[in-house]
Design a protein around this ligand. Structure first.
Ligand code: SAM
Length: 276
């Protein structure tokens, strides 16, 4: 297939900042991102934000089917023309947050995206809604990658870490300097692999409560857990202490030291007390 600037094709629109458009051009980096998915030739892969199609080309050579979701109307038109006649590639012109990924895939799927940084977190959580991908590879701001993978007790550990890690394993694979993009973003980027857990730490019906609880707890990250529980539930100090003791958590512990599993246990117990 010829490249994006082939003669006879409508000129590409200039990058739109508003849509987080920073295009990757280095074929070695693009290949490393695609390789990180370890696609089998019979697999379906969904790509978020294909842009000009640089990563799409790599995916098409490795998978049976590529479903590429692009919001920008001009780029979607460009991609439709670029892949016309290639039955392996389907272009969906839509906001990815409005696309039910599992139903569009129609079966097991892998997910990948050099995602627009202005909506990274909503995209991450959208990607973790069931039916989840078998694995996902995202190019995100380096700082976001660090927070996603951070361990309890570290400076970067926060609500994003506990929320993602309750549902998936996160690995930071490699970093990419701004100069690899056109136009260069103002921050470093990193590639992360997110592998949904076979047994998530939180049951699907408790996911929203878990996320709210974790968010509320980290809003009080300087407070001790006794205070955190009392603030979130409105319970007495005795009741809060009894809950924490049942979960094996010291009343003086701070939220930033609690593992995703400990948060999950707290939410389970608070919910079963409330609902009983
Ligand atoms: N994959 C390309 C690459 O690596 O060169 C482009 C990546 S660029 C950082 C992000 C892409 O996501 C852009 O093409 C942008 O138009 C698209 N995009 C932005 N917001 C989107 C949304 N809500 N849904 C789908 N695509 C979106």
């Amino acid at each position: 297939m010829s490249d994006a600037s082939s003669p006879g094709r409508a000129p590409l629109p200039p990058p739109r900042k508003r849509l987080g458009q920073h295009f990757l051009t280095d074929p070695r980096i693009l290949a490393r991102i695609a390789d990180a998915l370890a696609l089998a030739p019979n697999e379906t892969v969904i790509e978020i934000g294909p842009g000009r199609g640089a990563l799409t080309d790599q995916l098409r050579d490795r998978a049976a089917r590529v479903i590429a979701i692009e919001l920008d109307r001009d780029l979607a038109a460009h991609l439709r023309a670029r892949y016309a006649g290639d039955a392996r590639v389907t272009i969906v012109e839509q906001d990815v947050l409005d696309v039910p990924l599992g139903s569009v895939a129609g079966g097991p799927y892998a997910l990948v995206g050099n995602v627009p940084y202005y909506i990274t977190t909503p995209i991450l959580f959208h990607a973790l809604e069931p039916p989840r991908p078998s694995r996902a590879v995202f190019l995100v701001q380096r700082e976001v990658a660090v927070r996603m993978a951070a361990e309890p007790g570290s400076r970067e550990y926060g609500a994003l870490s506990a929320n993602v890690q309750a549902l998936a394993r996160v690995e930071t694979l490699f970093t990419i300097a701004p100069g690899a993009f056109h136009p260069p973003p103002s921050v470093d980027s990193a590639v992360v692999r997110v592998t949904p857990l076979a047994a998530p730490l939180v049951a699907p019906e408790l996911e929203t409560r878990y996320r709210d609880f974790v968010q509320d707890a980290f809003a009080l990250r300087r407070k001790q857990m006794r205070r955190v529980i009392r603030t979130i539930t409105g319970w007495s100090a005795e009741r809060a202490d009894a809950l924490l003791a049942a979960c094996g958590i010291a009343p003086e512990a701070r939220p930033e030291t609690l593992s995703p599993g400990a948060f999950a246990e707290l939410v389970r117990r608070v919910t079963s007390t409330r609902d009983s």
